[in-house]
Design a protein around this ligand. Structure first.
Ligand code: F6P
Length: 376
C-alpha cells in the first residue's frame, strides 16, 4: 500500500463504550504507520468539532490505550443540525464544515452509534468526506454483525445475572435485574440467556405481568422458590407499549412545527410516566406471587471499564480497515463487521435504521426452547 499525505480527523460520539480506544488505536496506528497519514483528534464528539478543539494524534497518544475503557477523546450526544449553543439551538453544519476546511481534512472518522450515523449522514450530505465506525453496547446499528462495546457489556451483565442467582436462591426471592437497552433488547437477551435468567423481557416483546407471574408460579409448583427476571430498561407491558406506540403515531402524523413540538412533548411525558417500570413490575410480581422481590439496576457499570478481548479485536479490525479504505479514497460509508472481516455500507442505509431483535431470531427461539419466559 502506497503512503499518502492525507489528513484524517477522528472523534467519538454518543454514549461511551468499551472498545472505543481500541478502535481509535487501530485506526491511528494503521493511518500513521502503514498509510503515512496525519491524524487529528477532536474532543467531545461533534461539539469539539464545531468548536475546533483538536489534538494532534501521535504514536505516543495512541500508545497504551488498547485496554483502557471510555474514550481518550471524550464524547457528547450533540446533533450537528441542532446543537444548543449559548442557550439556543443552532444548525452547526456550516461551522463544522469550516473546521473541516481549516484543518485541511481529507476525511473525518466518526465512531458512534445510531445518532452518530445520522450526524455522519448530515455532514456527508453537506459535502464532507465521512466514515462511520459502529459503536454501541446496544448492538442496534444496522447492517453490521456487531458494534464494539456490546461484548464487554454482555460479559458484565452476564456476570451480574450469575451473581444475582445465588442471592435470589439463598433468600427465596425474585430479583428483577434491569439491563441497558432502550429500544433494542440484544444486551438483555444475550446476558439473560448466558446468565440463565428465568424470564427475559425486551422492548421488542411487550409483556404482561400475568405471564411473568405464571412462569414464576410454575417454578414454585416445581419446588423452586426463587426467580431471576432480566428486564431491558426499554421493555414495557402491553398497555404501556400501546400508549407509547399511540404517542409515536401522533408524532409521525404531526404536520406543522407546533403540532410536532406538542406531539414530541406528549411522547416524552408518556415515556416519563413509564420510566420506573422495573420497580412497578417488581411490586406487581411480589403481589402476584407472594415472593419477596428486589430490584437491581445495572446502569452505567455496563459501559465502564476495560474492554473484553472480543471488543479489543473488533475495534482493532474495524479501525485498521477504515484506515485502508480512507487510503483508497472511500467515504460516505460505515465500516461494518461482517463474519471474520469487514464490509462497507453506504451511510444512507445505516442512518435512521435501528437493528432490533427480530421476533424469529435464533436467540429467541433458543430461549423459548429451554423454557425461558419472555413475558408474552
Ligand atoms: O446507547 C447506549 C446506552 O447505554 C443505552 O443502552 C442507554 O439507554 C443509553 O445509552 C443511556 O444514555 P445516556 O448515556 O445518555 O444516559
Amino acid at each position: 500500500m502506497s503512503k499518502s499525505s492525507k489528513r484524517v480527523g477522528v472523534l467519538t460520539a454518543g454514549g461511551d463504550s468499551p472498545g472505543l480506544n481500541a478502535a481509535i488505536r487501530g485506526l491511528g496506528k494503521a493511518a500513521l504507520g502503514r498509510h503515512g497519514m496525519e491524524l487529528i483528534g477532536f474532543r467531545d464528539g461533534v461539539r469539539g468539532l464545531a468548536e475546533n478543539r483538536s489534538i494532534d494524534m501521535t504514536p505516543a497518544s495512541l500508545s497504551g490505550i488498547l485496554t483502557v475503557g471510555g474514550t481518550i477523546l471524550g464524547t457528547s450526544r450533540d446533533k450537528v443540525h441542532k446543537m444548543t449553543v449559548d442557550g439556543e439551538r443552532k444548525d452547526m453544519i456550516p461551522t463544522i464544515a469550516k473546521t473541516y476546511e481549516k484543518n485541511k481534512l481529507d476525511c473525518l472518522v466518526m465512531l458512534g452509534g445510531g445518532g452518530t450515523a445520522k450526524n455522519a449522514m448530515r455532514l456527508s450530505k453537506a459535502g464532507l468526506n465521512v466514515v462511520h465506525l459502529p459503536k454501541t453496547i446496544d448492538k442496534d446499528v444496522a447492517h453490521t454483525d456487531n458494534s464494539f462495546g456490546f461484548s464487554t457489556a454482555m460479559e458484565i451483565a452476564t456476570e451480574a445475572v450469575d451473581r444475582l442467582h445465588s442471592t435470589a436462591h439463598s433468600h427465596h426471592r425474585i430479583i428483577v435485574v434491569e439491563i441497558m437497552g432502550n429500544k433494542a433488547g440484544w444486551l438483555t437477551l444475550g446476558a439473560g440467556m448466558a446468565g440463565g435468567a428465568d424470564i427475559i423481557l425486551i422492548p421488542e416483546i411487550p409483556y404482561t405481568v400475568e405471564s411473568v407471574a405464571e412462569t414464576i408460579k410454575a417454578r414454585q409448583d416445581r419446588g423452586t422458590n426463587f426467580s431471576v427476571v432480566a428486564v431491558a430498561e426499554g421493555a414495557h407491558d402491553v398497555l404501556a407499549h400501546a400508549e407509547i406506540d399511540a404517542a409515536k403515531t401522533l408524532k409521525k402524523a404531526a404536520d406543522s412545527r407546533e403540532a410536532k413540538d406538542a406531539a414530541k412533548a406528549h411522547l416524552s411525558n408518556v415515556r416519563d410516566e413509564h420510566r420506573e417500570h422495573t420497580f412497578r413490575l417488581a411490586r406487581e410480581l411480589e403481589a402476584a406471587t407472594g415472593l419477596d422481590t428486589r430490584v437491581t439496576i445495572l446502569g452505567y457499570v455496563q459501559r465502564g471499564g476495560t474492554p473484553c478481548a472480543e471488543d479489543r479485536l473488533l475495534g482493532t479490525r474495524i479501525g485498521s480497515a477504515a484506515a485502508e479504505l480512507i487510503a483508497d479514497g472511500e467515504h460516505g460509508i460505515m465500516v461494518a463487521s461482517r463474519g471474520e472481516g469487514t464490509a462497507t455500507v453506504p451511510l444512507k442505509d445505516v442512518a435512521g435504521v435501528q437493528a432490533l431483535v427480530p421476533l424469529e431470531h435464533s436467540w429467541i427461539k433458543a430461549a423459548r426452547d429451554v423454557g425461558t419466559g419472555l413475558g408474552d
